[in-house]
Design a protein around this ligand. Structure first.
Ligand code: UDP
Length: 320
């Protein structure tokens, strides 16, 4: 294949998931990369090992909602894959940057779809378990339609991701675009920034600093955490399967843990004696969340392998 014509356009390429995806594809394929990222939650340092390879990696610091086909055409490259992975995803950002999130996942999604269409490229979208809201079915499979609200702190993320899915489905139906929607459940990894605000980095950084761990509600709400390297392996496999295009897949680790158990696990691994402090929980905070991953497993031979203990230990070792 002509390497010159073999470009990936990825939004959010400096984020937790995007950077791991780029790193892996860089090492295992001949793809070149045009990364668009506004650095709102991503960090260039996440690609420090490969970013200096200017022949294969171009960086555009820009908001995806301001991206146009003309801007991309100026690069004179042929794009065969488009990944729309940009978006702030921390509930902390739902408070602080709701409109930004909605723009990324509405106009931003449309812009990325139009570029994919103009190049006849395949389109892969990082959707989210949030589209199930506070689920009444457990674990959640892809046919579950969700228990969601257009009003509330999390709605900017939930509803704009749902809008994105609907927009992608419309492009698939109207233009026959090859689209792949991945509903990504809670993901964690080394690339979490200190101010990320999600539960794993909060607990780890506070435990190490011997500061209190804040638990919202009674801590009995559950999540299922997938290590980003496991997640990316699954993405890389499913994106190679022709029949997967046009489909929607859950992807994540079904192993479920309550937030209080997670706090205790972090304290035990760090050897910290930080106190647990309980605070009021947001009314829309999902009570339970775990993916049913049977559908993706019927397409690829994949399952998450890194245990939560191993993954947490790796992050803690990296900080200490
Ligand atoms: N949470 C917590 N303490 C924190 C951060 C989060 O108790 O410092 C809880 C939060 O209320 C939620 C769960 O942990 O029930 C997971 O939160 P996170 O922000 O990681 O992501 P979410 O899955 O809610 O999108």
């Amino acid at each position: 294949m002509n390497v010159y014509n073999n470009w990936v356009l990825i939004s959010g390429g400096f984020g937790l998931i995007g950077s791991n995806l780029v790193k892996h594809l860089y090492r295992t394929t001949s793809y070149n990369f045009l990364i668009i990222d506004d650095l709102s939650s991503g960090n260039k340092d996440n690609l420090r090992e490969i970013i200096s390879d200017k022949k294969r990696i171009i960086t555009l610091v820009k908001k995806v909602e301001n991206l146009t086909s003309e801007i991309i055409n100026n690069y004179s490259i042929k794009i065969s894959m488009v990944f729309h992975f940009a978006s702030r995803a921390s509930p902390k950002d739902f408070h602080d940057h709701p409109i930004d999130i909605m723009m990324t996942n509405s106009i931003g999604t449309k812009n990325m779809l139009d570029i994919a269409l103009s190049y006849g490229a395949h389109f892969v979208f990082a959707s989210t378990s949030e589209i199930y809201g506070d689920p009444l079915e457990h674990p959640q499979d892809e046919s579950y339609k969700g228990n969601v609200s257009p009003i509330g702190i999390r709605s900017c993320y939930v509803e704009s991701k749902r809008f994105s899915e609907a927009m992608i489905d419309a492009y698939r139906r109207k233009y026959n675009l090859k689209t792949l929607i991945l509903r990504i459940f809670n993901t964690y990894g080394l690339e979490f920034g200190i101010n990320d605000g999600r539960v794993i980095p909060n607990f780890i950084f506070n435990a190490i600093k011997r500061q209190e761990l804040i638990i919202y509600g009674d801590g009995m709400q559950t999540r299922s955490f997938c290590h980003v390297r496991d997640l990316v392996k699954g993405i890389l496999e499913i994106m190679m399967v022709d029949d997967a295009y046009g489909e929607v897949f859950n992807i994540g680790n079904p192993q479920e843990i309550s937030i209080i158990e997670l706090a205790k696990l972090v304290l035990s691994i760090t050897g910290s004696e930080s106190n647990l402090t309980f605070k009021e929980i947001d009314v829309f905070d999902p009570r339970k969340r775990s993916p049913n991953i049977k559908k993706i497993q019927s397409y690829i031979d994949w399952k998450p392998k890194i245990t939560l203990e191993e993954g947490l230990q790796e992050i803690i070792n990296n900080i200490q």
